[in-house]
Design a protein around this ligand. Structure first.
Ligand code: RB5
Length: 151
């Protein structure tokens, strides 16, 4: 699977850990940065990663900032993105089963490496259930079509 990774400075360390994990799992990783703990702005990296997912150039994305909140807000502004901010295994699994989340967002200042690793594995291993959940996603897509650029 081809996966894009992005973070700000507060998510850099966890992003690097996730990168090594994905490489071990045999995934192809596209890293859009950041590449150090020097202060940067999360929207710059969130938009880059989300755009690659939305355009189909990569299948999924994983974003990390301090809390994960900023990254999830900006990623969900990109049409076609369903970014899930996840702090535990249950929400990781549900975000795939019910939401077909195409971006996983982690909080680098909140979630430790072991739990983050388990979350990433569960998120990548869990399939979308479709059915009634597809109908709900179709409604999200319809809303995006009918309200381009509106508040
Ligand atoms: C950076 O200090 C921090 O605000 C950012 O990483 C993130 O937590 C925002 O949601």
């Amino acid at each position: 699977m081809k996966i894009v990774l992005g973070s700000d400075h507060a998510g850099y360390e966890l992003k690097e850990y996730v990168k090594s994990l994905l490489a071990e799992m045999g995934c192809t990783v596209v890293d859009v940065g950041t590449d150090s703990e020097a202060s940067v702005d999360y929207p710059d990296f969130g938009v880059k990663a989300a755009t690659l997912v939305a355009s189909g150039q990569v299948e999924r994305g994983i974003l990390v900032c301090g809390t994960g909140i900023g990254m999830s807000v900006i990623a969900n502004k990109v049409k076609g993105i369903r970014a899930a901010l996840v702090y535990d295994l249950y929400t990781a699994i549900q975000s795939r089963k019910h939401l077909d989340a195409n971006i996983l967002v982690l909080g680098g200042r909140i979630t430790g490496k072991d739990l983050a690793g388990a979350i990433v594995r569960a998120w990548l291993d869990t399939s979308f259930e479709g059915g009634r959940h597809q109908k709900r996603i179709n409604k999200i897509d319809q809303f995006e079509k009918e309200h381009p650029g509106e508040p």
